[in-house]
Design a protein around this ligand. Structure first.
Ligand SMILES: Nc1nc2c(c(=O)[nH]1)N[C@H]1C(S)=C(S)[C@@H](COP(=O)(O)O)O[C@H]1N2
Ligand SMILES: [Mo]
Length: 267
């Protein structure tokens, strides 16, 4: 089993034994602030001490440390959302730069990849949309087509360049009559994974609902029948094996996010 990188360390630092290890907590919190997606925020806006005062945490017990780290993460969500430029494009690459083989990753091993049956697959659409209905794969495959060669960055410490094909998600949201003034789009997956993203990222021009990898139908390991591909977000924000999506103003969380990981997850 694999998981994003900072979480086990954070858990170890915060929860090991009764005696609080101040040193490792500070190392951990500094590391949080040093993550690529947080660097801007950490450097520009606040020092660790400032954050501590701001959140009113005295860092004297496990609960306050957890609250402190959660507050850091939630503040970062807001800072990242404020810094997100809906028109700024992530870098794209050439075919020759594609990483081969492209890595597989999930919260389980490759032998447990879900086997989604194409013939009775239906994508459910719910929430704040006028077109609450299900979509079959032939209907989805007939949507306008776009391609991207972009870099996928996993917080476990690897990145890889891949080529995905599918349909621009903004178009799809308009097609289903989504309320694009709503805050979130949530996803449920065939493997019990779930995720949610902010609406500005959902509408970003490089956010694609993908059905293909490198010119072929998306293989099971990369998320058959579809993966939401967002080069502006870290790997764990990109749900594979999507079976349902919903538009909502109620914060839906995510598989890793609900275990303490940063929700915005910009890269
Ligand atoms: N359904 C589902 N989607 C998921 C995951 C998962 O475990 N299940 N893992 C995430 C993580 S952490 C990464 S890095 C990427 C890996 O995608 P890949 O197998 O195409 O490299 O999928 C993301 N989306
Ligand atoms: Mo990841």
């Amino acid at each position: 089993m694999t998981r994003p990188d900072t979480q086990p360390d954070r858990k170890t630092a915060v929860m090991s034994g009764n005696k609080l290890d101040r040193e490792s907590i500070l190392i951990d919190a500094r590391r949080e602030l040093a993550m690529p997606s947080r660097r801007l925020f950490g450097k520009r806006l606040l020092t660790l001490g400032g954050l501590s005062m701001l959140t009113g945490c005295s860092l004297t017990d496990n609960d306050s440390v957890t609250a402190f780290l959660t507050a850091v993460s939630r503040l970062n969500d807001r800072a990242q959302a404020a810094l997100f430029d809906p028109k700024q494009l992530a870098p794209t690459y050439t075919e020759a730069q594609i990483t081969r083989p492209f890595p597989f990753n999930a919260f389980y091993g490759i032998d447990d990849v879900p086997d989604v049956d194409a013939s009775d697959y239906k994508l459910k659409i719910s929430g704040l949309v006028t077109g609450q209905r299900v979509w079959t794969l032939p209907e989805l495959y007939a949507l306008p087509h776009a391609e991207q060669i972009t870099r996928h960055i996993c917080v476990e410490g690897w990145s890889a360049i891949g080529r995905w094909g599918g349909t621009p998600f903004a178009d799809f949201l308009r097609r289903i009559g989504a309320d694009t003034s709503a805050k979130y789009v949530g996803f449920k997956c065939a493997d019990d994974y779930y995720e949610s993203i902010d609406m500005p990222t959902a509408l970003h021009p490089q956010t694609l609902l993908t059905f293909e990898y490198d010119g072929q139908r998306l293989p099971a390991k990369y998320g058959f029948p579809m993966k939401l591909r967002m080069p502006t977000k870290l790997g764990y924000k990109n749900p594979k094996h999507i079976v349902e999506m919903f538009v909502t103003n109620t914060y839906p969380g995510g598989y890793w996010v609900d275990q303490g990981y940063n929700w915005f997850g910009g890269s």
